[in-house]
Design a protein around this ligand. Structure first.
Ligand SMILES: C[S@@+](CC[C@H](N)C(=O)[O-])C[C@H]1O[C@@H](n2cnc3c(N)ncnc32)[C@H](O)[C@@H]1O
Length: 218
């Protein structure tokens, strides 16, 4: 999955992962993150997710990181937020009303960008990456964050032979392996989701679960 793949998806509006409503698990488990008003939440591979608006409405400041400038522009337009724009090294940054989107590669994020992050919300980020990139992504994120920073991680699990990702199937064992020795992994809940993802069923998927994990450390 190179950058071109994602730029093409956004250019052609092939974005079935984008949902019009805030994620049910985010709403249900937000409080497990133990955040205070104004705390900053990192949303890696953010797309134009309305979950960022939901987090902001709950009092968080939000930092999203997203490759596609179409996604970033659309987010502010669709949310009716006037955004300022500036360049910061590898990133074009658009910012308004407590939401900052860094347009660029997550692997270019450095500790200066992550200095004030209080929590991470990963929905459809880990599962967007093929296995070798997943390992690199987790190592990179953990290299930037204090161990005490909690993460709410949502993944999909399905019979992996049924479709070519993304999304890729990431089960509990994989999550535990990826974060082994570095974060405590608690599975909060799992729900059948195939009915909500008809396009994946059309591609041949017969079972789909969404898992919610809380990752803690320090
Ligand atoms: C499956 S989508 C999920 C978007 C969002 N989290 C959501 O829930 O709607 C994955 C997103 O990651 C972005 N992306 C892929 N690789 C990236 C990278 N290396 N750095 C930043 N964004 C990336 C893609 O452009 C795409 O918008």
């Amino acid at each position: 999955m190179d950058a071109e793949f994602w730029h093409n998806r956004w250019r052609d509006s092939l974005i079935p992962f984008h949902k019009e409503r805030a994620n049910q698990f985010l709403k249900k488990y937000f409080d497990t993150l133990g955040l205070a008003d104004g705390d900053e939440v990192l949303v890696p591979l953010s797309g134009k997710s309305v979950d960022m608006r939901w987090l902001r409405d709950r009092g968080c400041t939000v930092t999203g990181v997203e490759l596609s400038d179409i996604a970033v522009r659309d987010f502010f337009n669709e949310q009716g937020i006037a955004a300022s724009r500036r360049r910061d090294g590898a990133f074009q940054i658009l910012e308004g009303e407590g939401i900052k989107l860094l347009c660029g590669d997550i692997f270019a994020l450095d500790s200066t960008h992550a200095a004030n992050i209080s929590a991470v919300y990963d929905r459809a980020a880990l599962v967007a990456l093929p296995r070798e990139l997943r390992v690199r992504y987790v190592d990179h994120l953990l290299s930037l964050l204090a161990p005490a920073v909690p993460m709410l991680l949502l993944t999909f699990e399905y019979p992996a032979h049924e479709i070519d990702g993304p999304p890729f199937s990431v089960d509990e064992a994989q999550v535990r392996e990826l974060y082994a020795g570095r974060r405590e992994v608690t599975r909060l809940e799992s729900l059948d989701r195939l009915e909500d993802e008809p396009r994946l069923a059309e591609r041949g998927m017969t079972q789909l679960q969404e898992h919610a994990f809380l990752l803690t450390g320090g």
